[in-house]
Design a protein around this ligand. Structure first.
Ligand SMILES: Nc1ncnc2c1ncn2[C@@H]1O[C@H](COP(=O)(O)OP(=O)(O)OP(=O)(O)O)[C@@H](O)[C@H]1O
Ligand SMILES: [Mg+2]
Length: 423
């Protein structure tokens, strides 16, 4: 093989699914299914779109945008986004890895069996074993890593600090600082990462309160979580840690087992940074093509209504995911996550646009827009869903007061709510 072509084996549920290769000079990727996997007939639907179930090598020249780094979206979904990449770049610099050696395959080798979902990549880069961690220490080290650019001065990072953050901060996607931790169910101790994924641990994704926003976005996210649960959205059990960090149980680690999950971007190849493909119609179309049960379509609809009523504008295609059920070889909707007031609550807004459009619009959404989509996808009792969500509007103030969210913050958020039952 040409020396510019690197490859890595892809596994799921301990089965080798195939080999992914990437040609650095030509920026082209290749995927070849493992014949035994194809012949076994197992888990036929793990990559429902884009990849074909054929024995021949498949070539991918598209997917050149940064979101995909030149590889098929199902695998690009295992790579970190903005936050994880900042840590990754710092790691590369600190370890003296030559920029020319960087490739999506090298990054997947670092993800190895530490990624979100159930896809694993081998051979992986070995990192020392999990250690106990203290989130506040992590936050201090992270501040150093993230501030480097701001104050232009070089910071000495101790190796252990950077290693810990590298191991647990580069798995999940998203832009905000976050880490993956495992909490012992009885002892409450926190371990870095999730390599101890068995039933004695709860696995959390923790969004870290860095204290840099002038108010706690994490506490507001916790308030939104309570509001969403009261409005009938299904979310993973979440809690605050030390009153600062928002921790949510992972839907891709259930009863000590890894679940195969993909974001709407990863499953479909619709780039979440491309407004042209960023619409609720596309999310519903993906869900429809996955043959989701009607209860899941209704849940997606309820989430959309919530996002418009409570002005969660950051509703992009990576903020919707799907979970694969290996027993039935079918897909389901993942619980809602990243439900928050994503704008700066200390600034004044006036119907800022959503990432996802509906009926060609990103703001000024009306009840008839919501009802039109319900009709296209046979959503049952959409009017009742809209009414139920809108009836939670007054609950925000109580929730916020109970959490000691400052008045200036909860009030300016409330000013953006839209009672779509009346508009
Ligand atoms: N409870 C969860 N279980 C498993 N994976 C999750 C969970 N919550 C979020 N994720 C995954 O982690 C990613 C990052 O989480 P989240 O969207 O909450 O972070 P964020 O930094 O606020 O994102 P954004 O860039 O959209 O602001 C999500 O896109 C999703 O793939
Ligand atoms: Mg997100």
């Amino acid at each position: 093989m040409n020396k510019d072509v690197e490859s890595i084996k892809v596994f799921i549920f301990s089965i080798e699914v195939g080999t992914l290769a990437y040609d650095k000079t030509r920026a082209i990727s290749y995927f070849q299914y493992n014949n035994d996997y194809l012949a076994s007939g197992l888990y036929k639907n793990i990559f429902p779109f884009i990849l074909q179930r054929i024995g021949q090598t498949q070539v991918f020249r598209e997917f050149q945008e940064y979101t995909f780094r030149g590889i098929p979206p199902v695998f690009a979904d295992s790579l970190p986004d903005d936050f994880g990449n900042q840590i990754f770049n710092r790691w590369v610099k600190e370890k003296g890895i030559d920029k020319k050696e960087l490739s999506p395959i090298l990054q997947l080798a670092y993800v190895s069996n530490r990624g979100m979902g159930a896809l694993e990549y081998f051979p992986g880069k070995k990192l020392p074993k999990a250690t106990k961690i203290n989130l506040n220490v992590i936050v201090d080290v992270l501040k150093q890593v993230l501030d480097v650019k701001l104050d232009q001065k070089e910071v000495e990072l101790n190796d252990l600090g950077l290693l810990n953050i590298f191991k647990i901060g580069t798995s999940a996607g998203g832009a905000r600082p976050k880490v993956i931790v495992s909490e012992h169910k009885k002892k409450g101790t926190l371990l870095a990462g999730d390599l101890e994924y068995n039933d004695s641990y709860n696995h959390y994704l923790v969004k870290l309160g860095m204290g840099t926003d002038g108010y706690s976005r994490e506490l507001v996210e916790y308030g939104y979580y309570q509001l969403a649960c009261e409005s009938g959205l299904h979310m993973m059990l979440s809690k605050m840690i030390d009153g600062k960090h928002f921790a949510t149980l992972r839907y891709d680690r259930i009863d000590g087992e890894k679940k195969h999950v993909l974001t709407a971007t990863g499953i479909s190849g619709y780039n979440f940074q491309n407004p042209e493909v960023s619409s609720y119609e596309n999310v519903f179309e993906i869900a429809h093509n996955l043959n989701l049960p009607s209860a899941d379509m209704d849940a997606l609809y309820r989430r959309m209504v919530f996002n418009y009523v409570f002005h969660n504008t950051d509703d992009h295609l990576k903020n919707h995911s799907f979970i694969y059920e290996k027993e039935s070889d079918r897909w389901r909707i993942a619980p809602s996550y990243d439900i928050n007031f994503a704008l700066n609550a200390l600034a004044k807004w006036s119907d800022a646009p959503h990432s996802l459009s509906l009926n060609g619009k990103r703001n000024n959404i009306t009840k008839s827009d919501l009802l039109l989509l319900a009709k296209s996808y046979s959503i049952k009792r959409p009017k009742k869903i809209i009414e139920e969500i809108c009836s939670s509007i007054p609950r925000w103030k109580d929730i916020a007061l109970n959490l000691d969210i400052p008045k200036q913050v909860y009030q300016s958020i409330a000013d953006e709510f839209k009672d779509l039952d009346r508009i």
